[in-house]
Design a protein around this ligand. Structure first.
Ligand code: GLA
Length: 347
């Protein structure tokens, strides 16, 4: 039998760049993601193939060297699992997926999570608690890929539930499912056509600016800041902090709206989130703005950039009368990462 692990990408309904500020987010797992098929291999080695890229990697389990691109994820997954004392077995890995890379839909976390689930299963040990796995996966991204991302994507991929978004409190790491009943409304994402790599974009710089703002205010994180406190900071720190404070408030308003079944109220919240990401956090681009405009022209009740920014996908909320623009991808909350035992593929 092959071991097959599937891990989904995610859409963040609202709560962007709040995770590494110990704030709130409201994401959901989608039905697209990364699949890793694993077979035991004699010897302490990993032989991996990225099927859609037609590329291979091969390394010893004992102390893999750093690498670039998708190989950094595979080597990082093996090394971080070994470092955490998880038993590993030599493996032949086939990696494939249907979530666009670098597009704000969390292809990276889907890859990390699918890899670690497949390697844990093949090693025969028990699965560690999922919150621990989320942290382990984010270490792969921080240490091996060089992107100082937070825990948003990994928690969503590991904890996603059909029909529900997740209210995540990044201070307590409490994850609360919130029913996302869309009725005859739809959520769609539309590609701006621009791709990013967090390690090379302004992502790490934004994170440093938030840390600097918190230090300047003498608080542990921007979760504890208020709009008044943000206004005392020098620019650009004041704008960055204002985004985080206002975005946290919008997440809680969005949860209240969903709990009242008031979907229409989400539209202005998505628009306000986008304006804040564009003007205060400065992670939008002309291609993203054109994509937001296309969604509004199609009658979207609200639209905003999703994920780290600097390109990628835009999320739109469409009411019953609106028509999705060409190329839009409908998204709805799907299950979190899981293992499957599959009959060995022919050949
Ligand atoms: C990327 C990161 C997340 C989060 C978002 C912005 O997706 O991986 O940790 O910071 O950007 O909300």
């Amino acid at each position: 039998m092959d071991t097959v692990a599937f891990a989904p990408g995610r859409v963040n309904l609202i709560g962007e760049h709040t995770d590494y500020n110990q704030g709130f987010s409201l994401p959901f797992a989608i039905d697209r993601g990364v699949t890793v098929r694993a077979r035991p291999l004699a010897g302490a080695r990993i032989e991996a193939t990225a099927t859609d890229l037609g590329e291979r990697d091969s390394f010893a389990l004992d102390g893999p060297e750093p690498a670039e691109g998708w190989r950094a994820f595979v080597r990082g997954a093996a090394a971080e699992l070994a470092g955490a004392g998880v038993p590993l077995h030599g493996a032949l890995l086939e990696i494939g997926g249907d979530v666009p890379r670098g597009a704000g839909l969390s292809s990276s976390a889907a890859l990390e999570v699918a890899l670690v689930l497949a390697l844990i299963a093949l090693g025969g040990g028990p699965e560690p608690p999922r919150l621990e796995l989320a942290k382990l996966c984010s270490r792969i991204e921080n240490e091996w890929v060089g992107a100082q991302t937070g825990l948003l994507d990994q928690i969503t991929s590991l904890f996603g539930e059909p029909g529900r978004a997740l209210l995540i409190d990044f201070r307590s790491l409490d994850v609360r499912p919130v029913a996302l009943e869309l009725g005859d409304w739809r959520l769609v994402t539309l590609d701006s056509g621009e791709r990013h790599a967090h390690a090379g974009s302004g992502y790490n710089e934004r994170r440093e600016q938030c840390d600097a703002a918190a230090r300047e205010l003498g608080i542990a994180s921007l979760r504890e800041a208020t709009l008044e406190m943000a206004a005392t900071l020098p620019e650009p720190l004041a704008r960055r902090a204002r985004h985080v404070v206002s975005e946290n408030a919008r997440v809680l308003e969005a949860v209240a709206a969903l709990e009242r079944g008031a979907l229409a109220e989400l539209g202005p919240l998505l628009d306000a989130s986008h304006a804040s990401l564009r003007d205060d956090y400065e992670v939008s681009t002309p291609a993203v703005e054109a994509t937001v405009a296309r969604l509004h022209a199609a009658g979207a009740a609200g639209a905003r950039i999703v994920g780290g920014g600097f390109g990628g996908h835009v999320l739109g909320l469409l009411g019953p009368a609106a028509c999705a623009p060409p190329g839009a991808l409908e998204v709805r909350p799907g299950p979190g990462a899981a293992l499957r035992q599959m009959p060995r593929s022919a050949g």
